[in-house]
Design a protein around this ligand. Structure first.
Ligand code: GDP
Length: 443
């Protein structure tokens, strides 16, 4: 049996390896999964090599690096830029210039994006933060959602266009992978603007709502506020991003996912500077006369849970869900609207057993059809032959009748001639007799 160290790339070795691999299949289970599809499970008892795939994937990912695009939506001053800087542990936004009182105030929500190349333990990340300055800042915020939704859709459109180009080798994914929606820490409930915007966004992006500046609320206020927000979100059927659950998840991972989900909307505190706690520790946090609120302390806020969902544990899932569900829905709706329909049968799962059965039935039907056709041709040929035989039989009969008639006629003629000759002979013999006696009948 070939071990990984023994294997070489020579054709003879490849042949024997593939033969070994087929011999190694010691059990074959055919399982029925939920969708009624047969799943064939083969257990290998020796090394084949594909267990290295995660290592290969890791190596490739390190080489290519990652990108992540996050949008922050919320009124000015809710701490959006502070939170982004806290999440990635570096000042991302350029220092803001003081606005002169006479400066013209923009009348619409602007969309601004800032990108940064980050590196942590050799892993490169191109982070893009899309900010929405001006959101919720006007007297009339009726269409505040429009530029945001348009920007998200434009990014989907650009990706769709890039995908449809002949060369798709270097597609840059500028789609928004998550939206952090900042809820003002009023302690009451969601505002109509919050509900309107989240309703417009939830089917287009992974929506992650957070309670901004939660350090200004007491623990009890946060609990009650969260419950009211969750009730509002449920009532308006607003979908939020939830960490997916996998079969391979350990109990610990499952528990962690449940805790993360239970904390939504995350009550967060942002702080980029370090402060000293009364017990002498230096932490990221906010210092008040009554004490220190620590950003990285689970007892003080949900910052670590937000970071786990957004960066540490589920960034890849956010990107995957964006690509496989949100973008896919947008893409198919767009193509449908353009009149491009899709043959679903092309995408149906192929079940080998069902496929074989289908092919057998098709083959059987083909055989039956061929048999019927052959029978028809045979019957046609027999009928033609019978017809020809009957025709030649009729012709034979006719010829026979004709011949018989002509023979009859000949016979009759001969008999008539015979009778005539015979009567002539009688006459002659009488004449001869009389001539012999010495006289003649001639005058
Ligand atoms: P943005 O306009 O939404 O980007 O808000 P900024 O990040 O510029 O923050 C506005 C002000 O709020 C700044 O003075 C921040 O120091 C402060 N701030 C940011 N995050 C918090 C927080 O979690 N708690 C409190 N109390 N203040 C915060």
């Amino acid at each position: 049996m070939a071990t990984p160290s023994e294997s070489s790339d020579s054709p003879s070795n490849q042949k024997s390896e593939s033969r070994d691999a087929s011999i190694l299949i010691d059990t074959v289970d055919v399982l029925q999964n939920g969708s009624g599809t047969n799943v064939v499970r083969r257990k290998l008892t020796g090394f084949v090599g594909f267990s290295n795939l995660p290592i290969q994937w890791h190596r490739k990912s390190i080489q290519n690096g990652f990108n992540f695009n996050v949008m922050v939506v919320g009124e000015s001053g809710l701490g959006k830029s502070t939170l982004v800087s806290t999440l990635f542990n570096m000042p991302l936004y350029p220092p803001r210039s003081e606005k002169r009182p006479s400066a013209e105030i923009p009348k619409t929500v602007a969309i601004q994006s800032i990108s940064a190349d980050l590196e942590e333990r050799g892993v490169k990340l191109r982070l893009t933060v899309v900010d929405t300055p001006g959101f919720g800042d006007f007297v009339n915020n009726e269409d505040a959602w429009r530029p945001i939704v348009e920007n998200i859709e434009q990014r989907f459109d650009a990706f769709l266009e890039a995908e449809n180009k002949a060369n798709r080798a270097n597609i840059v994914d500028n789609r928004i992978h998550a939206v952090i929606y900042f809820i003002a820490p009023t302690g009451h409930s969601l505002k109509p603007l919050d509900i309107e915007v989240m309703t417009k966004l939830h089917n287009k992006v992974n929506l992650i709502p957070v309670i901004a500046k939660s350090d200004i609320l007491t623990d009890e206020e946060i609990v009650a506020f969260k419950a009211r927000i969750r009730a509002d979100l449920d009532h308006h059927k607003i979908n939020l991003f939830e960490t997916p659950r996998y079969e391979v998840d350990s109990d610990e991972t499952m528990e962690e996912k449940t805790t993360i989900i239970s904390k939504i909307p995350f009550a967060i505190v942002g702080a980029t500077s370090e402060v000293t706690t009364p017990d002498g520790r230096v932490v990221r946090g906010r210092k008040y006369p009554w004490g220190v609120v620590e950003v990285d302390n689970e007892d003080h806020c949900d910052f670590l849970k937000l970071r786990a969902m957004l960066v540490k544990n589920y960034m890849e899932e956010l990107k995957e869900y964006t690509n496989e569900v949100l973008y896919e829905n947008y893409r198919s709706a767009k193509l449908m609207a353009m009149g491009v329909s899709q043959d679903q049968s092309v995408f149906k799962e192929v079940n080998p057993a069902l496929k074989q059965e289908e092919e057998r039935a098709l083959h059987q039907a083909k055989l039956l059809k061929m048999e019927a056709e052959m029978r028809m041709v045979f019957q046609q040929k027999v009928a033609e032959k019978e017809q020809r035989l009957k025709q030649s039989e009729d012709e034979l009969f006719a010829r026979h009748r004709e011949m018989k008639e002509s023979l009859d006629k000949q016979r009759r003629d001969l008999e008539a001639k015979k009778a005539q000759i015979e009567s002539g002979r009688i006459y002659m013999s009488t004449e001869e007799k009389s001539r012999k006696k010495g006289f003649s009948l001639r005058s």
